[in-house]
Design a protein around this ligand. Sequence first.
Ligand SMILES: [Zn+2]
Length: 627
Amino acid sequence: MKNSINSLLVSFLLLPILGFSFASESWAQNYSWQQEVEYVMDIDVNVEAHQYTGTQQLIYRNNSPDTLHRVYYHLYFNAFQPGSMMDVRSRTIADADRRVQDRISTLKEDEIGYLHATSLTQNGKPTSFSEEGTVLVVDLAEPILPGGTAVFEMEMEAQVPIQIRRSGRDNAEGIEFSMAQWYPKMAAYDEDGWHPNPYIGREFYAPFGSFDVTIHMDKRYVVAAGAVLQNPQEVGHGYERPGDPLSLPQGDKLTWKFRSENIHDFMWAADPDYRHTTLQMENGPLLRFFYQADPVAVNAPADRQADLVKNWESLPEYTARTFEYANNKFGVYPYPEYSVIQGGDGGMEYIMGTLITGNRSLQGLVGVTIHEFMHSWYMGVLGMNESYYYWMDEGFTSYATDEMMSTLFEGSPLSGYGGYYRLAQSGLEEPMSTHADHFITNAAYGLGAYSKGAVFLGQMKYIVGEPVFDQAMLRLFEEWKFRHPKGKDVLRVFERESDMILDWYYEYFVQTTKSIDYAIESVESIQEGQSVITITNEGTMPMPLDVLITFKDGSVEEHYIPLQIMRGEKPAENQDILRTIQEDWPWVEPTYRFYTDRAVSEIAEIVIDASGRLADINRSNNRWTAE
Ligand SMILES: [Zn+2]
């Protein structure tokens, strides 16, 4: 492993400095408002009962041009009750998530989750509020005018459910508190109105703002969070205060104060057995790691326990290297800290931190860590509505993860193609414009989000070319950071950066399930020393084509066939290959011919898209070889 770290180091040093400045023209200038929240929460945790009570003050700024008469909060913990929408959905969908299945239906009273508002005022006046499953509907005491602010004061009580999905107590690896989606969270309001989706175990979307969170907790527990601890000198446990908190009198609690800004979620976790280590990156955040260092507590087969701890011990180095790569390639991580925390049920992202399970191979542990921290770019800083843009959230994250993993371990940077091909041939595919909760199967959602979403980018790179693509990814991050970009906003960044019209790509690939299949139909001599190549479009979606001809003498020619509707051309990606830009292909034409000034007898092979980035669902007819 040392070797691969060293070679990785070298490749980072060789990365070009991607410095560039933006023109004064802003490409996101039509985006004029978004809502804003300031949370101040104070909770007291009863660790024996796994319950807490507390207060929440929420300052809500209505930056919209609309007058609001209602607001909605999410109460996610209420999903973990028999008969909840999440329970019913999981028991009735054809291919249930194995982590959930019918487990919610069997929870006992002291195992369910709940989160209740026991009082709620607006600007000191009582509101009328009612719980509808995981959504709190609030009829306001007075309307919030455009540009107006409301101060909500809430008292709450909650019980932490047995760990089933993402959040909960006593996860499979012995972590006692995995605390995600644990507080009443204001729903998102944007130009499309309110988004108070009932929680059925899937996506999130919320306004940006700040969180001040105070947690009173039994002194034995180490508290980890996706936020910056404000009183490290008071708590110990590997934070700043020297000495052992356990030397405090029996029964005492510690008070933990956290703060985060420019963010739209707050996650924390707590366990008495956490080992806490840190790594300060030179040009980046302070990285924190919280994991079970006690082999008994790790809850893994005896022969694997030592390896698991070793994997965690080498994780900081891998995390720092890849964070650096991401900063250069995808935009600079803007927060002061990032926490990798053992907990949850797999891997789940929370902007300044992640909950991951840790009983994994080194490659698995590094892979899940990279995937989850890349979500800080695609979901966190670019705070898209995940219910509609899960394919950006999961797809862009998967794309970036596979690119980074291929620099660390054996593997292909071509992210998602295998999964997408399976999806396209499965008969289950639904358009990526489908709301995440409304897919008929989990499989179609999963492959659509992670695989086809990644292919959206891989193929975008194929269409606009790698240099333009790299610039556009940085531009996307700079233009849209701390905002809520939509799919078309991403498309516009690529259009402007490439000087191409790409609406057709979005329409076909995101909004339909049409697919690509080009074929080399024939290669024929037409006269001495000249050949004609005929390509047919056998698919239902058009694409520009890179056709590579390899001659028997070893020389190669690239023939680039732009689509006419792009009104532009991809610049050459490889300066060492002779490249001919052919006539535009008007997409209505089922066939296309072009010529090469060499005889058929000289040609060894012709390939449509030698790079593998065109998502052609039938690649067997993409290649012609001399007999
Ligand atoms: Zn993800």
